[in-house]
Design a protein around this ligand. Structure first.
Ligand code: GLN
Length: 546
């Protein structure tokens, strides 16, 4: 029977609950079990699609086109499994579902209430779309004690009571701060946070303690005594310099053994397979090369807004045993720079990425960056908007269309990039228009792309058909294909019906490639995205071409 693990957070936010959950997932896989990872967030947005990356970090996109919390990205990267639309829910979605049912008369005139209707919806989510996985792991967003999380936790409490404690476990992640002036670690915030859980009728079976350093045995005993767990169930989660070291740290603290002991499954578990994590750890400590990649972005100084991108770069670095320094270049700053300033800005980078983005802010700077990379033979990877700005730049400077632009930014232009309202996915027609509400007009999720044989894209992917994830509204206008070709730019990837350009490249350039999709979402530490890997190889001047 499926076992359920719920992960809550206490004391403060930003303790890395997502990574802790993902690490638990991979540890259980390493013991031979199948897993599923899910996220429940208390906020009232129906999904994170329209939330600002400044506030909430990147919007992660699944194969099946859900716009989700960035933690689902951690789950996929750590466990190698793909998440689905049904794997995340927000407070807003729960209310939305309940209110929709209410409007449709499904409650048959009953008074609709937080309990049981909202909590039933929480329980529906917990048990929906499961496929006999050994473990399903639910990360609960927010911090225990927040008012807005109460109904989620009440749903969890009822669910645990229904399936029985032998089938469900609660892991609480807390902070154990070190107070310098007293030279002591402090356990009281953890005790108080566990008390908050108790008030809600929940109690932790295991406590994961985030701290600067490993937690001394005495303090573990103290936490155990006050929080009603065994000292072995107080697991120290000290800071480490790479998130990819966390599974090994948890493992050496006995976390997987303790979870399996709780469920009486230790005897049947296979011995831990931690080799792949060890291999990564060895590479991280012993880089053989070092390069700098410039990322021309809007949300500089806020790396969470580009979480998967950062990780994809890091994965490609691991694959090439190369330490990659990221130089964040503010796109808006580029707009007013003269030639010398531009040259100085790009002088110390080995390669450039222009990532995805929405809205006009910084776009002219990104166009300038693409031009600089093209004209100065700097390896360039354009992602989604990064492809669109490259095409606009080429139209302006290679084709002489001075007012070339995207209709996302102005209608007073020659539309090189524009809104296309119909497209095909797996033989089915999909339609959107400018008036559809903001949450639902995007081309979202995994789409097939046909690759031109012998192109750079073909060498990179080693296939004539690939699938990558999308999240955009606008498309390159294919009617400029022939003119661009005469200037040395080819379309090397397109939608299966041939209508939508998916990849452009410049064969004569050292490395210039851009895709309409987001390859970063599929990159994994053990299987880097081929296109990021190729960028790093190009920066290292490696001969990767066939
Ligand atoms: N804003 C562009 C569009 O909607 C690009 C989106 C992106 O980069 N994800 O088409």
């Amino acid at each position: 029977m499926t076992k359920y693990i719920f992960i809550t957070g206490g004391v403060v936010s930003s303790l890395g609950k997502g990574i802790a959950s993902a690490s638990i997932g991979t540890l259980l896989q390493s013991r031979g079990y199948s897993i599923r990872m899910r996220k429940m967030d208390p906020y009232l947005n129906v999904d994170p699609g329209t939330m600002s990356p400044f506030q909430h970090g990147e919007v992660f996109v699944t194969d099946d086109g859900a716009e989700t919390d960035l933690d689902l990205g951690h789950y996929e990267r750590f466990t190698g499994t793909s998440c689905h639309k049904t794997d995340s829910i927000s407070g807003g979605r729960i209310y939305w579902n309940v209110l929709t049912k209410e409007r449709q008369g499904e409650y048959l005139g009953a008074t609709v209430q937080a309990i049981p209707h909202i909590t039933n919806e929480v329980k529906n989510f917990i048990s929906s779309d499961l496929h006999d996985e050994d473990f399903v792991i639910y990360e609960i967003g927010g911090t225990v004690g927040d008012m807005e999380g109460v109904l989620l936790l009440e749903g969890v409490r009822q669910f645990i009571n229904q399936v029985g404690r032998e089938n469900a476990m609660l892991i609480h992640l807390t902070l154990v701060p070190y107070i310098k002036t007293a030279s002591e670690v402090k356990t009281k915030p953890t005790q108080q946070s566990v008390r908050k859980l108790l008030e809600l009728g929940l109690f932790p079976n295991l406590i994961l303690c985030r701290s600067d350093n490993p937690i001394p045995a005495d303090e573990k005993r103290k936490i155990a005594m006050f929080c009603n767990v065994k000292p072995e169930d107080v697991i120290s989660a000290p800071d480490v310099n790479s998130i990819y070291k966390i599974p090994s740290v948890y493992h050496s603290e006995g976390l997987d053994d303790r979870i399996l002991t709780y469920f009486n499954m230790l005897d049947k578990a296979s011995s831990p397979q931690m080799e792949k994590w060890k291999k990564i750890e060895n590479i991280i400590g012993n880089w053989k090369n070092e390069i700098t990649i410039g990322i021309v972005a809007k949300y500089c100084g806020f790396p969470d807004a580009y979480k998967s991108l950062n990780e994809a770069v890091y994965h490609a670095g691991i694959n090439n045993e190369t330490k990659i320094n990221i130089k964040w270049i503010n796109a808006e700053d580029l707009e007013t720079m003269n030639e010398t300033e531009l040259k100085n800005t790009f002088a110390d980078i080995n390669g450039m990425i222009v990532p995805g983005g929405f809205g006009h802010r910084g776009v002219e700077g990104k166009i300038k960056a693409a031009q600089y990379a093209r004209e100065n033979d700097i390896p360039y990877l354009g992602i989604c908007l990064g492809m669109q700005v490259a095409v606009i730049e080429m139209a302006r400077h290679l084709l002489g269309i001075k007012d070339a632009n995207s209709t996302e930014f102005t209608n007073d232009c020659t539309p090189i990039i524009s809104l296309i309202t119909e497209w095909e996915n797996n033989g089915k027609k999909e339609i959107r228009d400018e008036n559809t509400d903001k949450g639902g007009t995007l081309r979202l999720g995994s789409y097939k792309c046909k690759i031109t044989p012998k192109s750079l894209a073909h060498k990179i992917y080693g296939a004539e058909e690939i699938e990558e994830r999308h999240r955009h509204r606008y498309e390159m206008n294919i009617k400029y294909e022939d003119e661009l070709k005469k200037k040395g730019v080819i379309i090397s990837g397109r939608s299966p019906d041939g209508k939508l350009p998916e990849i452009i490249e410049i064969p004569e350039h050292k490395f210039f490639i851009a895709g309409q999709f987001h390859p970063e979402f599929k990159s994994r530490p053990f299987a880097p995205s081929p296109i990021f890997d190729a960028l790093v190889k190009a920066c290292l001047k490696l001969k990767y071409m066939l």
